[in-house]
Write a protein that binds this ligand. Sequence first.
Ligand SMILES: Nc1ncnc2c1ncn2[C@@H]1O[C@H](COP(=O)(O)OP(=O)(O)OP(=O)(O)O)[C@@H](O)[C@H]1O
Length: 266
Amino acid sequence: MALRQHEGKTIMYTAMGSEWRPLGHPRRKRPISSVVLDKGISEKILGDCKEFVGNPGWYTERGIPYRRGYLLHGPPGCGKSSYITALAGDLGFSICVLNLSERGLSDDRLNHLLSVAPQQSIILLEDIDAAFVSREDTPQQKSAYEGLNRVTFSGLLNCLDGVASTEARIVFMTTNYLERLDPALIRPGRVDLKEYIGWCSPHQVEQMFLRFYDGDKAPAQAARFTERVLAFEKNVSPAQIQGFFMFFKHSDPEEVIDNCKMIWEL
Ligand SMILES: Nc1ncnc2c1ncn2[C@@H]1O[C@H](COP(=O)(O)OP(=O)(O)OP(=O)(O)O)[C@@H](O)[C@H]1O
C-alpha cells in the first residue's frame, strides 16, 4: 500500500537523531533526460549504477563488499544534485541526505545511520569538502575544526569502508572543490567513479534551449542561440540558462536570442 502510494515519487530522508525521517512529501520523479549533462556523462553514470545494482552475485562470488561510491565534482549550478535526484528516481531508489558538517554528528552516530539506512536508497554526502580539510592544510586551518563534536576524517573512512550489506549500497558525494579533498577519501573502493559536471558545453546550451522551446524553427534557433552565447566566451551554468529562460518565459524565442547577454546579469 505504502509502496503504491509512493510510486512515481522519490522519497528524500534526512537524519534525525539516530534515525532517518522523510523530508517533506515524496517528490515527483524528475526524468533523467531533464538534466542536461555533456554528451555521454548521464549514460555512463546511469549505466554504471544499473550494472552495479543488477549484479550482486559478481560481488559476493569475489568477496568484494557490495557497495559503490561516486563523486560528482564541478562548479555550482551545473546539475550535480539534480542529476542524483533524477538518477534515484530512475533506479527506484530513495535518497538519504547527510550533512557531515552538522554539529553533534559523531562517528558512532554516522556509523549507526549508515547501517540503518532504508533499503534501496542512495546515501548522499553533499559538499564533502566543507566537512574536512585536507591533511596538507595548515595547522591554523585544521585548528578551526578542532573541539567541535563532529565526524572525524578517519571515522568517515571507517564508516565508508564498513558500509557493507547484502543489498546494493550506493554512496554519492558532491563537491565544488575536488582539489580540497584528501586523496584517501576518493581512492578506488571509496569512490569508484569520479565525474566532472562542468560549465555548459555547446551541446548543453543547445539542448537547454530545445527543452524550453519547440516548433519547426526551434533547431535553427537553438543553433543561433548557442553561437551567440559562446561568442561571449564566458562560463555559463545550466542553472544560469534556466534562470534566463524562466525570466523570458512569455517571450518570443527571437527575443530570447537577442537578449542572451542577460544570462550573466540576472
Ligand atoms: N545540467 C542541468 N540540466 C538541467 N537543469 C539544470 C542542470 N544543472 C542545473 N540545473 C538547474 O539549476 C538548478 C540548480 O542545480 P543543482 O542544484 O542540481 O546544481 P549543483 O551542481 O548541485 O549545484 P551546487 O554545487 O551548488 O550544489 C536546478 O533548478 C536545476 O534544475
